[in-house]
Design a protein around this ligand. Structure first.
Ligand code: AMP
Ligand code: MG
Length: 274
């Protein structure tokens, strides 16, 4: 089965995250060494294919691709951007990382700051965190009343419908790591001077809310996976599997979009350059 079908959250169907092992590697088989070698070879292949498709998407200039990355701290959002999207032409990619909202942003509706970063035609937009934080961290910490956040699922669906109607294809990935894997990645961050800046003591406070986050994710995945903008749950304890699965899904997405450069409105053969 294709990675797309293995991981897509069917619209109107929930997922139980606890029943999905973050170490799984479905779609690959053999010894772990063989799987990893194949995954890495296919990642390189997928990137090559995406490069060509990206060029055509840009030349066509009619549609856009929006990639949403969500996950717990140390879930691999930055690594995914580096390994899967880092090989594309930077002129055609816009990455936006959503942090705690500023006062100005908080003075508006929660989609205000997001909408202006959606990709224009020809572009691939990547959200490192996204409008989903407004039903995740905001829900877990009751930053707004339940009556407010509970209305956001429908608002998100309407927003994504609007983007889709304008020609934006949306793919949303939840990087599913285990609590133990998070512990190991935090420890690795603390042990490496070059990585210590990434660790925030506040991350440990968030870790205490692990189960609440998983529950908040389950609601978002169940209520906001649509045909226009499906969610994928990617087993992400193994970075090579995560990169393989996401690149495989994005490659297929771009292949299905089948972008084509416009035909010239002149006859190239008739042009003489002296
Ligand atoms: P990092 O991804 O490590 O740079 O951290 C960004 C932080 O911003 C995370 O702790 C997020 O939970 C937080 N954040 C992002 N969006 C929102 C939001 N809409 N409301 C509150 N916190 C947010
Ligand atoms: Mg962080």
């Amino acid at each position: 089965m294709h990675a797309h079908d293995l991981h897509v959250v069917a619209p109107d169907t929930g997922v139980t995250l606890a029943s999905i092992d973050p170490q799984r590697t479905p779609g690959l088989s053999g010894s772990k060494e063989d799987e990893r070698a194949r995954a890495e070879a296919e990642l390189a292949d997928n990137i090559e294919a995406m490069k060509l498709l990206q060029r055509r998407l840009y030349a066509e200039g009619k549609r856009a691709l929006l990639v949403v990355l969500q996950g717990m701290d140390a879930g691999g959002k930055d690594g995914t951007i580096r390994h899967v999207l880092g090989g594309l032409n930077p002129q055609g990619v816009e990455v936006t990382s959503f942090k705690r909202p500023t006062e100005r942003e908080l003075a508006h509706d929660f989609l205000w700051r997001v909408h202006r970063h959606t990709p224009g035609v020809g572009m691939i937009g990547v959200f490192n965190r996204s409008h989903y934080e407004d039903v995740l961290v905001v829900r877990v910490h009751s930053l707004v009343p339940e009556a407010v956040w509970s209305g956001r699922y429908e608002q998100i669906n309407a927003f994504e419908r609007l983007l889709a109607a304008r020609g934006t294809v949306i793919r949303k990935f939840f990087l599913h790591i285990s609590k133990e894997e998070q512990r190991e990645r935090f420890m690795a961050r603390l042990a490496e001077p070059e990585k210590q800046w990434k660790f925030e003591p506040g991350d440990l406070a968030e870790r205490k809310h692990w189960d609440d986050y998983q529950a908040a994710y389950e609601t978002a995945l169940a209520r906001c996976s649509t045909d226009d903008a499906p969610w994928f749950v990617i087993p992400a304890d193994r970075k090579w599997y995560r990169n393989w699965a996401i690149s495989t899904i994005l490659r297929r997405t771009l292949e299905e979009m089948a972008p084509m450069p416009p035909k010239p409105d002149f006859d190239p053969a008739s042009i003489v350059i002296d």
